[in-house]
Design a binder for this molecule. Sequence first.
Ligand SMILES: *Cc1c(COP(=O)(O)O)cnc(C)c1O
Length: 439
Amino acid sequence: MAPAEEQALFADAGLVRLPEGAHGGLMVAGVPLAAIADRFGTPTFVYNLDVVVARYHALDQAFGDLPHRICYAVKANGSLAVMQALAREGAGADLVSGGELARALAAGVPPARLVMSGVGKTAPELRDAVRAGVGFIHVESIEEIEALGAIAAEGERPVAVGIRVNPDVTADTHPAIATGHAGIKFGVPADQVLDAARRIGAHPSLRLASLGVHLGSQLLDLAPYREGVQRLLDVLHAIRRAGMGDDLVALDLGGGFGIRYGNESPLDPAALAAAVVPLVRPTGLTLYVEPGRFLVGPAGILLARVVHRKHAGGKDFTILDAGMNDLARPSLYGAYHHIVSDREHGPLARTDVVGPVCETGDLLGRDRMLPRLGPGALVAILGAGAYGFSMASNYNSRPRPAEVVVAGGRMGLAHPRETVQDLFRGESPAPLAPTPEDV
Ligand SMILES: *Cc1c(COP(=O)(O)O)cnc(C)c1O
């Protein structure tokens, strides 16, 4: 990677490299990575809250005086500490499950600022959302309107409903994270939206408050957003022409704003706003956006130590104590995450950076140029703030990493490392053995 590209990644993460010497190495938000690793061990996710908050404000300011709300997509990183930092700045949250609802409430996000989506919300999840008083519940099918209506009728207040429209927009991203084209499970197809609006309007316990889309994830182009807004406007006008939509307050453009992992040009909030704001303003509605990755991705680092290096089949392998169970994106999507050594000693050599998991696919970085790192050497895997811990698993019975937050020169443990005992808490080794009631 070119030095200027690495410089841009460091700036995104709030990382600084101090010159080699007794106190050399990498610092994030004024805290040495080595100090974090010494105190909390490895592998550990480190989230720079200064960066999270700065990114929130950059996006917030881009939309200027257009009425808008930024609802953080919790699935990117459900850390209570991250959510609370965002909620303090005024962010809402975008939820896709009852578990995320509970998390957002525990973090203190005001319920009115919550938006719930999801293609398979169960009745208990819908009931919890209604009882909590979430801002909007986005329905993704005609069938769901009936289910939600029945639950809404149990309460006194009408429930604010959004329709997640499938905009049939093709976005240039990894097929696994493209969500806006026709023929996939997400959203109400455009030709059913009027019917959906009619059913919501006719239901005494529901009111149609929002129209939304979500176009995909890690989108670097403005084109899908232009198209997405246009689809929302088409639907809005059709609904208004049909004499409906008097209760509408919001247009929700979803998330997906792309970030820099390597040499890509990230989506620019100012350019996004310039494309979208003039289209939304005449509607008189509030613009909602649901970024996850954009707010937290660059703010996160996965800290790991080298277990050892080995040579095999003419290749050099640097084996870390972090693997695909901790950070799934490289093995799941072939995603690139930049990996840097804490210390800069000696010449660089080509190496595959791998984890300890018993899968050939447990590769974190192929053909990387790194110093020859011995056991215990510290490395930082960048861009790990989104879809890192939230996708981590216990595969190979590996406890999930600790989560640490840093800001303004301070560090704090947001979530202790799982213990091995956590892995089988509640399990029964012989559940078929006769119990006292059986005999
Ligand atoms: C995943 C998701 C988001 C956030 O996507 P990012 O790429 O992390 O910004 C927003 N809205 C909905 C409905 C989602 O499912």
